[in-house]
Design a protein around this ligand. Structure first.
Ligand SMILES: C[S@@+](CC[C@H](N)C(=O)[O-])C[C@H]1O[C@@H](n2cnc3c(N)ncnc32)[C@H](O)[C@@H]1O
Length: 222
């Protein structure tokens, strides 16, 4: 396994890996899955796609089935999550498995040998404080080919309405507490994800909102 940066050394989704998808589905009444899937049909077919923190590999199946990428790179820091995604793929689409390169590594240390036409980063940036999250968005930009796209579904704080804000704060509190105990997550505040993409000169081509507007999915263009 690669060297881990000190900050992420403790963060591990291994413990929660077996139940992560079920938990996300039950807690969000299926809206997390819907937010991940909603913009997939609008993606063009590309040559190289990178999936960052791909978890159990939920979007892999769609991308392969619909020939959205000739070659896919799936980077995950949790061995159990990566194994789960690999196992699912080998079981459901063994004939497509050779199109996916699984990389067990911290994205921070990832040195890309090629540029990517599409990068998928679902429910990944919310794990980090604003500064680190911004560094990741900048890293994503550097790894993208000209006119490359990013698909990003994540938590979203619209900031509108007193009651909505309070409910959102409470939900966030519960989510971050859960991941603190199960995954040793140290972050406690949601970074302003859309603002970070805009700050890094991305343009949103399409946005959709889910679960009373607290989940947001975007396609960002470099
Ligand atoms: C909240 S889960 C989201 C999984 C999946 N993308 C989804 O939409 O359900 C975040 C994932 O990012 C992975 N992860 C966290 N930090 C990472 C890093 N620095 N490099 C690569 N993967 C990372 C975790 O192991 C975990 O599987």
């Amino acid at each position: 396994m690669k060297n881990f940066t000190k900050k992420q050394q403790g963060l591990s989704f291994d413990f929660i890996a077996p139940i992560y998808d079920l938990l996300a589905s039950v807690a969000s009444l299926g809206e997390i899955k819907r937010s991940r899937d909603a913009l997939l049909p609008y993606l063009p077919n590309v040559k190289n796609c990178l999936i960052i923190g791909g978890g159990g590999g939920d979007v892999l199946e769609y991308l392969l089935k619909n020939k959205k990428a000739e070659k896919l790179f799936f980077i995950e820091v949790s061995p159990k999550m990566l194994y789960k995604a690999q196992k699912k793929l080998n079981k459901k689409m063994p004939q497509e498995a050779n199109k996916v390169q699984f990389i067990l590594a911290d994205f921070t240390d990832f040195k890309n040998p090629i540029t990517f036409d599409l990068i998928v980063a679902n429910y990944f940036l919310d794990l980090f404080p604003e500064k680190e999250s911004n560094n990741f968005v900048a890293q994503i930009r550097r790894m993208l080919a000209k006119d490359g796209l990013v698909l990003c579904a994540d938590l979203y704080n619209s900031g509108y309405g007193f009651l909505k804000k309070q409910i959102f704060r409470f939900i966030l509190f519960l989510i971050y507490k859960l991941f603190k105990f199960t995954s040793h997550l140290t972050n406690t505040e949601l970074p302003p994800i859309p603002e970070l993409f805009i700050k890094n000169n991305f343009k949103s081509l399409s946005s959709k909102y889910f679960f009373f507007g607290i989940l947001r999915s975007d396609i960002w263009k470099k």
